[in-house]
Design a protein around this ligand. Sequence first.
Ligand SMILES: Nc1ncnc2c1ncn2[C@@H]1O[C@H](COP(=O)(O)OP(=O)(O)OP(=O)(O)O)[C@@H](O)[C@H]1O
Length: 262
Amino acid sequence: MKNDVAERNTPIITLENVHIQLGNRTIQEDISLTVNEGEFIAILGPNGAGKSTLLKLLLGLIKQSSGSVRVLGRAPRRGNTDIGYAPQHRVLEADLALRARDVVGFGLDGHRWGPGWPSRQRNEIIDKALKEVNALHFANAPVGQLSGGEQQRLLIAQALLTNPRLLLLDEPLSNLDITHGQEIVTLVRNVCRARNAAVLLVAHDVNPLLNVIDKVIYVANGNSTIGTPDEVITTETLTRLYGSPVEVVKALGRMFVVGAET
Ligand SMILES: Nc1ncnc2c1ncn2[C@@H]1O[C@H](COP(=O)(O)OP(=O)(O)OP(=O)(O)O)[C@@H](O)[C@H]1O
């Protein structure tokens, strides 16, 4: 079930006519959008379209060349504890000796309960996050021996440590099969609803997310648009974004984009 409309009227992110240039490459020509409190949004688009770049912009890791960016009422800044971020993740080495709870604890480094606080509070915060992602039972396991889905849950726990109002998840479903991907989607949906946090989740396939997301941001060929999946994932809209013929096929409650590298 999606979020209640009444909860979704406070802007958390506002981009106005934002142009992003990296080196001599234009990543976004003119992106404008608003994300409201508690919204669950998928960021979609082909490889290299600029999905991760959009997250980096919100994190203050890169800067727009023109236009206005507001996140939680301010210009983006590094180290904003109101934002939880889980970067793109590759499966960890099997012989990595760190425990799961140590990996989650890295999310506190640089914050109030960082490594200088080997305290009860630090452990309580880590345990609370582990519980929220249903990972307490493997808290002391060597992280390299955990499955891709279990490792992904740890990254989400890490991102939750500072009680963020905005969660940015970069491809949390990559490397997961359908069942484990669905577990992560349900988990993120529950977190989003329980905390009324906005979530931006980068993905390659909208289908595992169709029943839970409020909107999609689709980026392609330097262009972007935001709306519900039914508004955005259409032959007409995607052909305009890509600047070349694209066909959207809908079957069995799923959406397929044909004619573009997705
Ligand atoms: N510092 C840089 N200078 C020039 N180009 C860059 C720089 N950093 C990233 N890029 C380019 O920007 C583009 C967008 O990268 P980004 O990682 O945002 O894409 P993405 O949509 O997340 O891709 P993927 O789905 O493959 O992860 C890529 O073509 C990348 O090579």
